[in-house]
Design a binder for this molecule. Structure first.
Ligand SMILES: C[S@@+](CC[C@H](N)C(=O)[O-])C[C@H]1O[C@@H](n2cnc3c(N)ncnc32)[C@H](O)[C@@H]1O
Length: 284
């Protein structure tokens, strides 16, 4: 894994974080105004997660901490970890304003056990939670799964709901409704490198321009993800593919009636797996 990939991605995410902190999409102030608010992402995951009362959890790639804080509101004591120090600073400020049981650390996922150990934090958790556009920033899925296993206490659970690699392999720029694969489905050694000053939510008032425009992404096939989790010694308990996603990647997606912030293809949603949910447990 080349260090420059992470340096570029951290710079890009530090700037995106400033934009996202102003955006109506993230609406950070709403978590202060309504101390019971749960993010749409965590609301979707709630039935898969079960009771979180008394659980110690770590949220990998926590970004602005809205999902981390939501998990804390469901009864867990949470630590959020993210490569972007700018994201972590915004997340820590939000948690200080809401008073929820969530702390935050800046770290590359691949260094998370060492970073947490050196900071005197827990290194063994009941829950490792991640997703919502997380795995596509990681060059090596097998090494990621080993980190998740290392962070789990015996009996602890890894929970992932992320964008489906089939969706991520599609051409997102088409103006018709055909589903055409133009990007890698399988993990590649070299990243897909983008030069793009845009992000996935509308900027709010006073948002800065994104000038650190280089970012690097990797896709991972479902088989690669599942095998990585099994090879790391975890027991697979749940693997579900859903036709809905919290991010409308394609312009042909519409919000699903009755499912706030969940989108699917307007025509023939049964054609596309848009997200997957995976739960795996470290044996006791
Ligand atoms: C799409 S965001 C996650 C979004 C999250 N679900 C949300 O909406 O709040 C991806 C996050 O992954 C982080 N990230 C990217 N590469 C990382 C790495 N190697 N280690 C830790 N975090 C990383 C980025 O800084 C960013 O905050």
């Amino acid at each position: 894994m080349e260090q420059r990939w992470f340096v570029d991605n951290a710079a890009n995410w530090d700037q995106r974080a400033l934009v996202h902190a102003t955006s109506p999409g993230y609406n950070l102030d709403s978590y202060v105004a309504d101390r019971e608010k749960i993010s749409a992402t965590v609301s979707f995951d709630r039935s898969d997660l079960g009771d979180l009362t008394g659980v110690n959890g770590v949220h990998l790639q926590c970004h602005l901490g809205t999902d981390t804080i939501s998990l804390a509101r469901l009864g867990a004591t949470m630590t959020g970890v993210d490569l972007s120090a700018g994201s972590v600073a915004i997340a820590a400020d939000l948690a200080a304003r809401t008073g929820d049981a969530a702390g935050f650390m800046a770290s590359n996922v691949y260094d998370a056990p060492a970073t947490l150990r050196e900071a005197g934090e827990l290194t063994s958790y009941d829950l490792v939670y991640t997703g919502g556009g997380a795995l596509c920033w990681l060059p090596d899925i097998a090494a990621w799964a080993r980190i998740c296993a290392e962070l789990l206490a015996p009996g602890g659970v890894l929970h992932v709901r992320d964008f489906h690699p089939v969706m991520l392999s599609l051409d997102a720029e088409r103006d018709d409704d055909l589903l055409v694969i133009t990007e890698p489905y399988f993990q590649t050694v070299e990243p897909n490198t983008w030069d793009d000053g845009a992000t996935y939510v509308a900027a709010g008032e006073g948002a800065p321009e994104i000038t650190a425009t280089t970012s690097h992404e990797w896709n991972h096939g479902i088989g690669e993800i599942v095998q990585a989790v099994l090879d790391a010694g975890l027991q697979l308990e749940l693997l579900r593919e859903d036709r809905t996603t919290g991010w409308a990647m394609l312009h042909t997606m519409v919000e699903v009636p009755g499912l706030e912030h969940e989108y699917e293809l307007a025509e023939g949603p049964e054609r596309l797996p848009a997200t997957f949910t995976l739960r795996a447990r470290r044996p006791s």
